[in-house]
Design a protein around this ligand. Structure first.
Ligand SMILES: [Zn+2]
Length: 233
């Protein structure tokens, strides 16, 4: 199965997709990772990307799409991809569909983690780190235990990079840019909404409910793919 996971920054998308990758033996495709890999490889494309990034410009859709195709066309990853942070706009979503079709695949499910700006703000504002042991807490959702020996109030510090204005801006950008993409997948009946305001375990359990049903269904309609997958791993 091929999955897309959506969620605003701070929704816990990365954590959840890591769990999914492990349980369903998928590979995570994030455009950030793809770009970094290419840069590190110092391939001709990687060198081109380095100069684009250094000049402060955005890497074009063409470059991103060609990197995506190298993964989609790889037989080892067929029907085993989770897309994280991609597609970001409608044009990328349309290209992704074409690329998948070309390589005899499609998106099987789109998971949307729904978290309100209010909760994301609290996750950021409430985040404190114990300056003695490095434990991370949240004064709203996960305060340190009372009568703790180490993580006393006077040791808890806010992190400098937790900037609320940046958070709001990122949230708004996410909402605005993903709206047409989500409409696109809504028309294809692929979206499953998950309440992302509960805890990590509850969210993960909801996701696996959907994925396990999907996997069972895919096994019924394409048993060969799945038998093959099982015996070659
Ligand atoms: Zn501590």
């Amino acid at each position: 199965m091929n999955i897309i996971i959506f969620g605003p920054p701070g929704a816990g998308k990365g954590t959840q997709s890591d769990f999914i990758v492990k349980k369903y033996k998928l590979i995570k495709l994030s455009t950030g990772d793809l770009l970094r890999e290419e840069i590190n490889k110092k391939s001709p494309l990687g060198i081109k990307i380095t100069s684009i990034v250094n000049s402060g410009s955005l890497v074009s859709d063409d470059i991103i799409n060609s990197l995506i195709e190298t993964i989609i066309s790889n037989k080892n990853y067929k029907n085993k991809i989770i897309f994280d942070g991609y597609p970001r706009n409608l044009s990328q979503a349309e290209t992704l569909n074409k690329l998948l079709l070309k390589h005899d695949q499609k998106i099987n499910i789109v998971i949307r983690l729904k978290v309100s700006l209010d909760v994301i703000k609290k996750r950021i504002i409430g985040r404190v780190v114990c300056s003695k042991c490095g434990n991370i807490y949240n004064i709203f959702f996960k305060p340190p235990k009372e009568n703790t020996i180490c993580c006393k109030k006077e040791f808890l510090k806010k992190r400098d990079d937790d900037n609320i204005d940046v958070t709001i801006k990122r949230f708004e950008t996410y909402e605005k840019s993903t709206e047409p993409v989500l409409d696109f997948y809504k028309k294809m009946n692929l979206i499953k909404d998950i309440n992302g305001e509960t805890n990590i375990e509850a969210i993960y359990s909801k996701i696996t409910d959907y994925l396990s049903v999907l996997e069972a269904w895919l096994y019924i309609i394409t048993p060969y793919n799945y038998a093959f997958k099982t015996y070659t791993q």
